[in-house]
Design a protein around this ligand. Structure first.
Ligand code: AMP
Length: 280
């Protein structure tokens, strides 16, 4: 695996492979890799891509400095995992390489989708995500970029970014990888106590029950039942649970396949925010 630290080298290397007819498959991450991240790379490999992963803990998307400081950094273990699955190129820049003299800061107008749900809980977060992904897309120029359904709102933001800046990148949204009890894999799971991590499968179980309930209950009643069920677990607080249009993120009053309904939730356990979602 080729490991590069500078944008210029990455662009040059990728240009070389593009000129030889390779399709570039890109997986942007913040490292502390787990099988969720690796599943995105595997998909890129299956699609026949020259695979590029970036690892960069992006300060602009953290509205809480403590959260940024606490974010796990495990580069050596990450490199070992990437070598194992035969990733082609790893780009691990420092802040200067991303936001240094070549960076042009600008206003990115994402509209309403930026301020709903996660955007409400973490002001500025998606603007930070959009800024770093725009910069990374400019450096890498991917044909396909792979994102996890786990961060559902992020996938909506990225599709909007592609539309706004006319990137020729196809956005592939990949399924959520889960631990054996159903808990969505996340670098943040490491911060849970052992017993909380074991129990936290109830979040996905509740979403699955909700998916059944909405078939025969009014949406508001099914939603309230799910929230009550999540909150019934000791030490668990539901920050939000919303049933939304999967394209616009607007709250739905009724279900129809044309509205791409999805239920999104964040449950806080041990002060760790756990995101999950399910298509309804
Ligand atoms: P992160 O390093 O948390 O920014 O995540 C990098 C990419 O991995 C994002 O597109 C995430 O949505 C994706 N991802 C994170 N967790 C999972 C998971 N459990 N299953 C699938 N994709 C995931």
């Amino acid at each position: 695996m080729n490991i590069l630290r500078y944008a210029h080298d990455v662009s040059q290397t990728i240009e070389y492979h593009k000129n030889r007819g390779k399709k570039i498959g890109f997986v942007p991450t913040m490292g502390a890799l787990h099988q969720g991240h690796i599943s995105l790379l595997k998909q890129a490999k299956t699609d026949g891509c020259f695979t590029v992963m970036s690892i960069f803990v992006n300060p602009k998307q953290f509205n809480d400095k403590k959260d940024l400081d606490l974010y796990p950094r495990t580069l050596d273990a990450d490199i070992a995992m990437l070598t194992d699955i035969d990733n082609d190129l790893l780009y691990c820049p420092d802040e200067q390489d991303i936001y240094g003299q070549d960076y042009r800061d600008e206003i990115i107008t994402l509209g309403k989708i930026e301020h709903l749900l996660e955007g409400k809980m973490r002001p500025g977060h998606f603007l930070g995500v959009a800024k770093v992904v725009k910069r990374l897309f400019e450096i890498v120029g991917p044909d396909v970029a792979y994102f996890g359904q786990k961060d559902f709102q992020q996938t909506v933001i990225i599709k909007k970014l592609v539309e706004l800046y006319h990137f020729k990148t196809h956005i592939e949204v990949c399924p959520i990888m889960r631990e054996s009890n159903g808990l969505a894999m996340s670098s943040r799971n490491e911060r849970l106590s052992e017993s909380s991590r074991k129990q936290a499968g109830f979040i996905y179980q509740t979403l699955q029950t909700l998916k059944q309930d909405v078939q025969h209950m009014p949406l508001s009643a099914a939603k309230q039942k799910a929230i009550d069920s999540l909150n019934a677990h000791a030490g668990s607080i539901t920050e939000y649970l919303e049933i939304v249009n999967g394209n616009t993120l607007e709250t739905l009053d009724y279900l129809s396949p044309a509205l791409h309904p999805v239920a999104l939730t964040v449950v806080k356990i041990d002060n760790v925010r756990l995101l999950d979602n399910i298509y309804l």
